[in-house]
Ligand binder design. Structure first.
Ligand SMILES: Cc1ncc(C[n+]2csc(CCOP(=O)(O)OP(=O)(O)O)c2C)c(N)n1
Length: 678
């Protein structure tokens, strides 16, 4: 049975606003409505690409909430985001140009209506993934708290999004951390064609606030004064450090889901009455200013915006790959020392030292993940606590405190989404995903959010975050704790992927990854954690996207990354001692961008190549390198490129099966011996 309405933890709000606030609110609503009405007309002309969803009926929500926000405050939005943009002060002309996909658009034509953003106004993007913006707002609020700058974050989303897991994870995180964030659910009774009363377990989504111990309130989203009053209270509470609020605004979706929606799921009568429930007209009825003049001004602005947009240049097709990665050099505020004393250390120690050095150097670096503070939560350090499954973060809480070394709930989507939002809002988070096999839980946050933000928003977003993951087979951990997943991450434009093989490279590359302006997936093979090797002291960096020759050779190039480099070195030694074959070992270090120049130069000399890769073979780094080498060095090859990969199966548990699954030095030696050696 659906529960009835519940207000929880809220104060009574008076539905009052000054004359100036009422006028400002009405003007905002009129601008939104004017924009959307004009859009219906212009879209019908057929020259606007893509799909558009209009905001008819919810104008009081965007206007009433954003009235309390400054440019520094942050909002995240949805596929139905024009109203949020306008209420947050985005430039109308640049919005229209974006709808037309022009270079002069807010996102230089890379985003369009469903991914429109204006970072200069704190508008961190419409999000076409239903629920996608919610955790980003939590992250922005986290950034505000860590930086202590007083910003509030607001996430607008629909009732459909309130049934996504990310909604629940985000509310839980915001609540346990008492973050300055306000969740504004615009409940228009429909998720596309699915009625909310069918799809949602409760009559009032606001009651879900109780489950997360936060204030929850239902407002009449067609009543500007009601929204204005309750949003004011919630935003003030957030600013005072009293935690998050869930506001459910009941609104009427006056039009179809998208422009052109035949709306077969609503009767003619339902459609007609929805169109009549017009909150802008009713609020305008007692406007205290000249409505006609205001309307004329809006029309003039739109005339100019449409004329300018239609005449504006398209983006240059030669720039199709521009804005995928940051073009900025690493932050010059952080100087980097050269490696100092040579000494021995372990791989896990290298990771630990890199995290500590980075946090010492830059207060914007925070780390978050499950068990990384050993159960301290937001409290004082616990003696002898573990510090991550492998001890990589052990003791960091003692030096940096629980604000910056944050234990998270088991909530990969929630805390990785928060890390993305925090990165976009000024932090440099390092999120620890424990095992790569768990990362599919936060695939949206990695793939649709972190990796695409910079591109979709035309270069406005910077997402300087690192995703550390333990990965790889061989520890008898079975199918759901042993994947590398590097074949997947490497195929995603917008991500950098690093897989170091030694303590020295792990430290230098992690320090560089944390200072990088792009999201970096940092893959730590579990079998390497206890390996030892030279480990320079101090804060030094190694470049991302640069491979290195680990062993010189003339007859064949063995190309690998991560733990496979150790396999390649073992095979090279055996080839030399047992077969008098001189093998060169190329340590890729970075899987994306791939240093194809170093690989090609090596293979040009040796004329034979074996790529060793612990992923299953399909669409793997090995496949990519085999193709690249074939394309560029084909005429010099003395034998086809060989790929030594894992088996094409999930990782098995039984030791003989797991051993058969993994690439081996025997396979590498055999592959080389089978190559034509004349
Ligand atoms: C993750 C995801 N699933 C499905 C869709 C397709 N889709 C786009 S909008 C929408 C309905 C969303 O409903 P709601 O959140 O209530 O927002 P509204 O459209 O009513 O404003 C759906 C199902 C999507 N874009 N993203």
């Amino acid at each position: 049975m659906k529960q009835s309405s519940g207000q929880s933890g809220t104060e009574p709000a008076t539905r009052q606003a000054s004359a100036a606030a009422r006028e400002a609110g009405l003007r905002t609503m009129l601008r939104i409505r004017g924009f959307e009405d004009r859009l219906l007309k212009e879209f019908a002309k057929g020259d606007m690409p893509g799909f558009v969803h209009t905001y008819h009926g919810a104008e009081p929500v965007a206007a009433g909430v954003c009235a309390h926000l400054s440019d520094d405050d942050i909002i995240t939005s949805t596929h139905r985001g024009h109203g949020h943009c306008i209420a947050k002060g985005c430039d109308i002309s640049a919005m229209v140009a974006e709808l037309y996909g022009r270079e002069t658009g807010l996102c230089r034509g890379r985003g369009g209506s469903m991914h429109i953003a204006d970072f200069s106004r704190g508008m961190l993007g419409a999000n076409a993934i239903v629920g996608g913006g919610i955790s980003l707002a939590v992250g922005a609020a986290l950034a505000s708290e860590v930086l202590g700058d007083g910003r509030v974050a607001v996430s607008f989303f629909g009732d459909g999004a309130a049934n996504q897991g990310i909604f629940h994870e985000s509310l839980n995180l915001a609540s346990i951390w008492r973050l300055p964030v306000v969740f504004v659910c615009e409940n228009n009774g429909w998720a596309e064609s699915t009625p909310t009363e069918y799809a949602t377990s409760v009559a009032d989504i606001a009651v879900r606030a109780q489950a997360y111990d936060m204030a929850g309130v239902v407002v009449d989203g067609s009543d500007y004064l009601d929204v204005f009053a309750q949003a004011g209270l919630a935003i003030d509470r957030a600013r005072r450090g009293e935690g998050p609020t869930l506001i459910e605004s009941k609104v009427t979706r006056m039009r179809g889901h998208y422009v052109g929606d035949p709306e077969q799921y609503r009767s003619r009568e339902q459609r007609r009455s929805a169109r009549k429930l017009d909150p802008v007209a009713s609020f305008a009825a007692d406007a205290g200013f000249d409505l006609e003049a205001c309307q004329a001004e809006i029309d003039r602005e739109l005339d100019e915006a449409y004329a300018a947009a239609r005449a504006a240049p398209w983006p240059d097709p030669a720039d199709v790959e521009r804005y995928v990665l940051s073009e900025r050099l690493p932050d010059p505020r952080l100087s980097v020392a050269a490696p100092t004393t040579e000494r021995e250390g372990s791989y896990v120690q290298a990771v630990h030292e890199a995290l500590a050095e980075a946090m010492r150097a830059d207060a914007r670096v925070i780390i978050l993940g499950e068990d990384i503070a050993g159960g301290a939560g937001l409290g004082p350090p616990l003696e002898g606590a573990m510090g991550g499954t492998f001890g990589a973060t052990k003791g960091l809480i003692e030096e940096f405190g629980s604000e910056r070394v944050r234990d998270t709930p088991i909530s990969e989507a929630g805390f990785v989404g928060a890390a993305v939002g925090a990165a976009m809002a000024g932090l440099r988070p390092v999120a620890d995903i424990m095992w790569a096999s768990f990362s599919p839980y936060c695939f949206d946050q990695i793939f649709n959010q972190a990796a695409k933000m910079r591109y979709m928003f035309g270069g406005q977003a910077t997402v300087p975050m690192v995703l550390r993951m333990a990965m790889g087979a061989g520890l008898r951990a079975g199918g759901q704790h042993s994947d590398t997943l590097q074949q997947i991450f490497t195929s995603i434009p917008g991500l950098k992927v690093v897989a170091p093989a030694t303590p020295a490279t792990a430290k230098g590359l992690l320090l560089r990854a944390i200072r990088d302006d792009d999201p970096v997936v940092f893959l730590e093979h579990m079998s390497l954690y206890r390996t030892r090797g030279p480990l320079p002291e101090g804060r030094y960096e190694l470049p991302i996207g640069k491979a290195a020759i680990e062993r010189r050779g003339d007859d064949v190039s063995l190309i690998a990354a991560g733990a496979a480099v150790l396999l390649a070195l073992e095979a090279a030694e055996r080839l030399a001692v047992e077969h008098q074959v001189s093998a060169e070992v190329v340590d890729l270090r970075t899987l994306s961008p791939l240093d194809t120049a170093t690989v090609e130069a090596s293979v040009r000399r040796t004329r034979r190549a074996v790529v060793i890769d612990e992923s299953p073979p399909r669409c793997s780094v090995a496949s990519e390198l085999a193709a690249t080498i074939s394309e560029s060095v084909f005429d010099q090859l003395r034998a086809p490129v060989a790929r030594i990969t894992a088996a094409n199966s999930p990782v098995p548990f039984s030791p003989p099966l797991e051993d058969a699954y993994l690439p081996s030095a025997d396979q590498v030696v055999d592959a080389v011996l089978q190559m034509n050696r004349d």
